[in-house]
Design a binder for this molecule. Sequence first.
Ligand code: CDP
Ligand code: CDP
Length: 225
Amino acid sequence: MKRLIVAIDGPAGAGKSTVAKLAAQRLGYTYIDTGAMYRAVAWQALNDRIEPDNESIARLAHKIDLKLSYADGKTEVLVNGKDITDAIRTPEVSRLVSKVAQVPALRDVMLKLQRNMAAQGGVVMDGRDIGTHVLPNADIKIFLTASISERAKRRWLELKARGYNIDLAELEAEIACRDKQDCERDIAPLIAATDAITIDTTKLTINDTVKKIIELCKERQTSVI
Ligand code: CDP
Ligand code: CDP
């Protein structure tokens, strides 16, 4: 059976990482969270008080020792040997990451790393530009979306469970601002690939969404045998 390359893109809070991880587990594939890679660079910039301008981030992109490991359904993010898996999920990193992710030299470094990681097949990769730029020949392309209020509510609940008490309206505005930056940047903006299948998860459960993706993979596998 061919080990497929599955690309999942979409805006913040659409459910990409949750369903991508579960789909990868069910298929016995590797899950690659490309957002975590950009978050790791933003975390390092904050940690080292590096200005998010093109030159400084390009320098950081070329020297950062970034490792993404995936085992037993869990992704670990290491920078210079330090485990920053949880540290990259703070609101501070979320507020900075889209600015950092606009830097062309950084996107270039990430693109190469991500293509290498997917080279063997048997991967589910999620992000913003996977179906359009990173893996334009992916076997399956999904564009996952949901209403902004639903996405903000989901993220709010997630942050609340982690001890953050954030104003819901403020969070919604921040997410909308990040989506705008991601959609309007010059290089590899967030947009559905012309051959992507769009799934609106506003009223879908996680399980239903995963089932749909697995069905699409099964159909695709039968057609490529
Ligand atoms: O989990 P959430 O949807 O909040 O974001 P993420 O997937 O962790 O991605 C964080 C940010 O990284 C995005 O808002 C984008 O600015 C950037 N990103 C990107 O530019 N390209 C990707 N392939 C993945 C993420
Ligand atoms: O990766 P992305 O930012 O697209 O979203 P996520 O981090 O996978 O999902 C954000 C939150 O929404 C998580 O807490 C998920 O459990 C939740 N979620 C949900 O409640 N219903 C869905 N259909 C998908 C995700």
